[in-house]
Design a protein around this ligand. Structure first.
Ligand code: APR
Ligand code: ZN
Ligand code: ZN
Length: 362
């Protein structure tokens, strides 16, 4: 039977979020209902609220979540009630050209639950953020969005793998292929950049240079594994990175801001034949101009990283295991835990740059 639970809803453009009673249907074929234990507050949730992603209000916010599967629909075999899972927003189809060529992280046809959750008061259909909607006691997702991980990890840590932390770690280890002895520079040290730093450290990078315009962020970056820091408000980051790498530039530069000027810095701060990874997400009006001769002459590769090019079934359990073994401290990304009624406050703190992640604990 459909259930009524509490959830955080963005009712309209720029309106404050509200806790509403929402109706969660029983899982249909291929779907699962998950009892949410924790869900991180991400910039994307704020973008939804501001109308920056689509106009499909009302949104059920929240998408960096972990919880326990409560029930599954017919045909679901990979997860079962009682499983502790991290939710992902790219349940791969297994059938498209990318999937059949063995590159499921590029899947062109990822899916979400088919049934809709609704507002109890009006019956209006809700649009779940990134097809998840996890600032709620329970949510309905496609079963493929649930990845089982070791339940020994705390939910507030595990949930972060569902988005920003995975994007950053994946930008380093999957897209950038950072390896032992590499020099890495990371431009922008928010949650995503810090995760790229932690990922580079984990992969054995010899030098990890953190670049930001905020000294507070640079301090945190050090605790994540940065060996050097550059405040790019005071120092030209391209020159500083070259100086720190014997005049060459870094093997891999990860751009975790998403702006043309920081991309240009990344482009010129890498060594000849090095790699640039763009994991920061630009906005539609942004344009990039570079001398084509430099693009050719400097060689190497210019890559984008979607969601850290992750494959949840491969990466989530592995990163949880490394965390539990003490080799990757994911707990550092949780600045504070808050209640369901504090999402608006968490948005303010995020906007002010005061937190890496606030995590709603249910
Ligand atoms: N140069 C260097 N650092 C900058 C600059 C700049 N010009 N402008 C902003 N920054 C820094 C900020 O000081 C902050 O530390 O970039 C960081 C951005 O961090 P957050 O706002 O916390 O964002 P985060 O969650 O890390 O996401 C970064 O990745 O997934 C995308 O949409 C996301 O585009 C965003 C990016
Ligand atoms: Zn596919
Ligand atoms: Zn997110």
């Amino acid at each position: 039977m459909a259930q009524e639970v509490r959830g955080v809803v963005a009712p309209g453009k720029d309106e404050p979020v509200r806790i509403e009673t929402i109706v969660v249907p029983d899982p249909g074929p291929g779907e699962a209902v998950v009892k949410i234990q924790a869900c991180g507050v991400c910039h994307t949730d704020l973008h939804y609220k501001q109308g920056g992603i689509s106009d499909d209000f009302p949104f059920l916010l929240g998408h960096e979540a972990a919880g326990v599967v409560e029930s599954v629909g017919t045909g679901v075999t990979d997860v079962a009630p009682g499983d502790f899972v991290v939710l992902n927003w790219r349940a791969v189809c297994g059938k498209c050209r990318a999937c059949t060529r063995g590159r499921p992280w590029y899947c062109f046809d990822t899916h979400n639950a088919e049934q809709k959750m609704t507002l109890a008061s009006t019956g209006q259909e809700l649009s779940p953020a990134l097809g998840i909607g996890a600032f709620a006691e329970k949510t309905l997702v496609a079963a493929g969005q649930c990845t089982k991980v070791d339940p020994a990890v705390s939910a507030e840590v595990a949930g972060l793998l569902g988005c920003g932390v995975m994007a950053g770690i994946g930008a380093a280890i999957n897209t950038g292929n950072v390896g032992r002895g590499d020099t890495v520079a990371v431009i922008g040290c928010g949650g995503v950049g810090d995760a790229a730093i932690a990922g580079s450290h984990l992969a054995g990078a010899a030098k990890v240079i953190a670049v930001d315009i905020d000294d507070r962020k640079l301090e945190t970056a050090r605790s994540m594994g940065a060996t050097h820091t550059v405040n790019s408000r005071e120092t030209d980051p391209v020159e500083a990175i070259r100086e720190l790498t014997g005049g060459f530039g870094a093997d891999v530069v990860i751009e975790a801001v998403g702006r043309p000027e920081t991309y240009r810095q990344a482009f010129y701060a890498r060594d000849l034949a090095g790699t640039v990874v763009l994991v920061g997400v630009p906005t539609p009006e942004m344009k990039l101009e570079l001398p084509l001769l430099d693009v050719f002459g400097r060689g190497g590769s210019l890559k984008s990283s979607w969601y850290g090019d992750c494959l949840p079934s491969r990466d989530f359990p592995m990163l949880v295991d490394l965390h539990l073994q003490g080799r990757l401290d994911l707990g550092k990304f949780v600045t504070e835990t808050v209640g369901l009624d504090q999402v608006e406050h968490a948005f303010d703190r995020m906007h002010a740059g005061d937190v890496l992640r606030s995590v709603v604990v249910l």
